[in-house]
Design a protein around this ligand. Structure first.
Ligand code: COA
Length: 179
């Protein structure tokens, strides 16, 4: 059962001005989440799961919906009643979680991943999770851009052929906030 720590559902706008909703998934989203993952092409499957198996997507949907409270913080993006994106933060230590995202091909490039990341980060922060990590294939320029835009100071380094991004959930302090 997903944990919700900030007002949800959140009404958001895509970058092309359409209404979308961001909220935790529930069991009623199983079919939509399966459709989202079944609809991924080989390239997207590889970028997301590092292999081209649709079974990986289906197993991941089961995993997210069966997770014990707090183990996987997850949010879906919904447009016109359809689940078009999923963002997850999976606890790896009490204060760190691993991020993963997927957005359906038709909705990419409209800011939904960015919105999912913002809301996931806020939820993780509220739960005491201070560090977010993500393993990204070096050719995944879209995912890299989302992390760089969200956190220009995000650390990243190449580890065994995969780029590991590390983000802080604390918002950067502004000069105007300093005494
Ligand atoms: C990575 C992914 C989740 C991004 O989702 P998205 O909703 O398209 O992301 P956003 O719209 O928030 O941001 C995409 C950014 O990529 C860049 N981008 C957009 N279109 C692009 C294109 N055609 N080519 C390269 N980069 C592009 C832009 O910089 C954009 O940010 P900006 O326009 O705000 O500056 C999505 O592409 C996806 O599902 N890919 C397949 C699975 C995957 O790679 N998952 C990540 C593994 S952790």
């Amino acid at each position: 059962m997903p944990v919700c720590t900030s007002p949800m559902p959140a009404a958001v706008l895509t970058s092309d001005g359409r209404h979308a909703t961001i909220r935790p998934p529930d069991q009623g989203d199983r079919a939509g989440l399966l459709d989202l993952h079944d609809g991924l092409d080989d390239a997207a499957l590889r970028l997301r799961f590092f292999n081209v198996s649709h079974a990986a997507g289906r197993h991941y949907v089961d995993h997210v919906l069966a997770a014990r409270p707090g183990a996987v913080i997850s949010l879906v993006a919904v447009v016109d009643g359809a689940v078009v994106g999923l963002g997850t933060a999976e606890l790896i230590t009490p204060d760190a979680a691993e991020l993963a995202f997927v957005v359906c091909a038709a909705e990419r490039g409209h800011g939904l991943c960015t919105l999912l990341l913002e809301h996931l980060t806020a939820q993780c922060r509220a739960l005491g999770i201070r560090r977010l990590v993500a393993d990204v294939l070096p050719e995944n320029t879209r995912m890299a851009q989302v992390f760089r835009d969200a956190s220009p100071t995000a650390e990243h380094h190449l580890e065994h052929g995969v780029m590991r991004y590390e983000l802080d959930t604390d918002p950067p302090s502004r000069e105007s906030d300093q005494p």
